[in-house]
Design a protein around this ligand. Sequence first.
Ligand code: HEM
Length: 144
Amino acid sequence: MKKIVPMLCAVALAACAAAPQKPVVQKDALYLSLGGQAGIDRLAEATVRELLNDLRINLFFANGSMAESRRLLAEQLCAISGGPCTYTGRSMEEAHSGMYLVDADFDAFMQDFAAAMNAVTVPADAQRRLTALFEAMRPQIVGQ
Ligand code: HEM
């Protein structure tokens, strides 16, 4: 028994030393690479500008308050990028309910969003991550 205990300890220590170290990823890394709140506000503003100039889909926005949509979009961008915000708007299903959006509408939105990210020079890696986060919302937005 006297020998077994130190042996077990040695095995356990060796296992710990061999365990791969998880890279430490800051929760708000994406938020920071967007330039924090100021960068996100600029991105939300640029997105709304692109949407309003897009003849394919701007009629959808004709009756709403774009100031409020921009505020909620900024809040949502802050929340999904790990920033210190809570999204207070409606769910994506609720917000787009009755619009009967199709994939082409969503694609147009994503193109406008890409143009906005370029306009405010969001770094390429952050662009890819944000695009993936928005793309994941497609099923909650299209066909509601
Ligand atoms: C990933 C894609 C999208 C995101 C993240 C997004 C996000 C949002 C957010 C946060 C709101 C405000 C929610 C609220 O009022 O509580 C909203 C509203 C709205 N969205 Fe989207 N949206 C997306 C795609 C689209 C598309 C493809 C269209 C149409 C082509 C669209 C049209 C609208 C309209 C018309 C409103 C209501 C505006 C108003 O009442 O002022 N959205 N969206």
